[in-house]
Design a binder for this molecule. Structure first.
Ligand SMILES: NC(=O)c1ccc[n+]([C@@H]2O[C@H](COP(=O)([O-])OP(=O)(O)OC[C@H]3O[C@@H](n4cnc5c(N)ncnc54)[C@H](O)[C@@H]3O)[C@@H](O)[C@H]2O)c1
Ligand SMILES: [Zn+2]
Length: 382
């Protein structure tokens, strides 16, 4: 018998919601997303950084579950994990978490509600994806970066062998609930971090959004919540639109091709995070990476001086420090090959010809890149 080639059709819903005060008893967003014929079971995993700022979170959740009793899952456990890159770097925490899933006998119909920053969501998401080949993950991102970018995606992962996201998977979450009110508790550095990913996605897809960020730059630099909320929602919508596009329009949620526009600026960003032992935050590293790629694009004639100064000027106006001594580190350029290896296939980098005008390049003049990087580093040293 000859077997025909067939197609696997993972026709999965991807539900992302923005709300405020998700655990206020009258807020039905979460309850509706988790409502089933019978109430299920849920384990809650919370970022310790968030819990320090919101010590009442567990009590609020319990009150919420009680208010929606009969349709909201029974909360079987409430655990905490450290926030930040530390959680992705310590594999013993991953094992511990899988042990908790086992202890509670979570099955494929059980929910894992992960509440925290991108690093915690990546870790819990990976554990949920590999446990019984997939528990139902509910992400509640609590940083600007995770609400506008990482939390709405379909990837997870933790670091191994000194490499970011060396182990990880693609897994569509059951739902994503972005509670804008939780962003008030962030420190200023973490609040700013979502802005560089918003600039990135605006540069890629929406010149009008870029102009809005420019218009609001002074407000955003002072952490204006209303201006911020507009940015996180628009950034999430653009990321989401990119991820769920049909294949005919270039959609590639599981990254089967080499094209990775959402990773613009990220080859240097990931290397700077590693070289700084994660003292440079992801969002800060993305700002440095975008500025560096803009320098390179200008130096190689891709980008006009006017557009270069718009891009770098906006990142600076938002309060990012665009100079760092690690840009002069000879190991920086090794990030290009590490990036290619992680994505697989031939090197494909997304640079910009202008605002809203991405372009893919397949080779890089590493001497030129090292030159512009040293130039940026020398300003830091002055
Ligand atoms: N999966 C993806 O597609 C994807 C995409 C982009 C980035 N990422 C990953 O996301 C990570 C960065 O995530 P991040 O920028 O969200 O930061 P983070 O997760 O590192 O959190 C930063 C800090 O904020 C604290 N925190 C979280 N929420 C808080 C709140 N509401 N109030 C007070 N403190 C709070 C945390 O404890 C931590 O100390 C990186 O590991 C990056 O690689 C993943
Ligand atoms: Zn990123």
């Amino acid at each position: 018998m000859t077997l025909r080639d067939a197609r696997v059709q993972p026709d999965l819903p991807h539900r992302v919601r923005f709300t405020r005060d998700a655990f206020a008893p009258g807020n039905a967003v979460l309850a509706e997303l988790l409502a089933g014929a019978e109430p299920g079971r849920a384990l809650v995993v919370v970022d310790r950084g968030l819990l320090e700022a919101r010590p009442d979170l567990q009590a609020n959740m319990a009150a919420y579950a009680a208010a929606h009793c009969g349709r909201f899952p029974v909360i079987v456990g409430f655990r905490t994990l450290p926030g930040g890159e530390a959680v992705k770097n310590d594999l013993s925490l991953l094992e511990e978490l899988l042990g908790v899933f086992n202890h509670h006998r979570l099955d494929r119909h059980a929910y894992v509600i992960a509440i925290g920053g991108g690093a915690l969501l990546d870790t819990v998401g990976f554990a949920a994806a590999v446990c019984h080949r997939g528990l139902r993950l509910v992400r509640m991102p609590t940083t600007t970066l995770s609400q506008g970018d990482s939390g709405v995606g379909v990837k997870n992962g933790v670091n191994m062998f000194g490499q970011k996201n060396f182990i990880g998977s693609f897994a569509v979450p059951h739902a994503v609930v972005n509670d804008l009110a939780l962003l008030e508790n962030l420190g200023d550095r973490d609040w700013r971090c979502g802005l560089s990913e918003a600039v990135k996605v605006a540069l890629l897809k929406d010149a009008g959004f870029f102009a809005e960020i420019e218009r609001d730059a002074a407000l955003l630099a002072q952490r204006d919540p209303a201006a911020g909320d507009r940015v996180w929602e628009r950034s999430a919508a653009l990321h989401l639109e990119h991820i769920v596009r049909p294949a005919a329009q270039g959609g590639d949620p599981f990254e089967l091709t080499t094209s990775r526009p959402l990773d613009a600026g990220h080859w240097a960003a990931h290397q700077l995070e590693r070289l700084s032992d994660f003292a440079i935050r992801h969002g800060e590293a993305v700002a440095l990476g975008l500025a560096l790629d803009a320098d390179y694009a200008e130096a190689t004639g891709l980008l006009s001086a006017v557009d270069h100064s718009r891009i770098v000027g906006l990142l600076a106006a938002l309060g990012f420090d665009l100079h760092h001594c690690l840009l002069a580190d000879p190991r920086l350029i090794a990030g290009v090959e590490a990036f290619r290896e992680h994505l697989g296939g031939r090197l494909t980098l997304t640079l910009f010809r202008g605002v809203g005008r991405p372009v893919e390049v397949y080779t890089l003049d590493t001497d030129q890149m090292a030159r512009v990087a040293r130039e940026r580093a020398s300003v830091a040293a002055r």
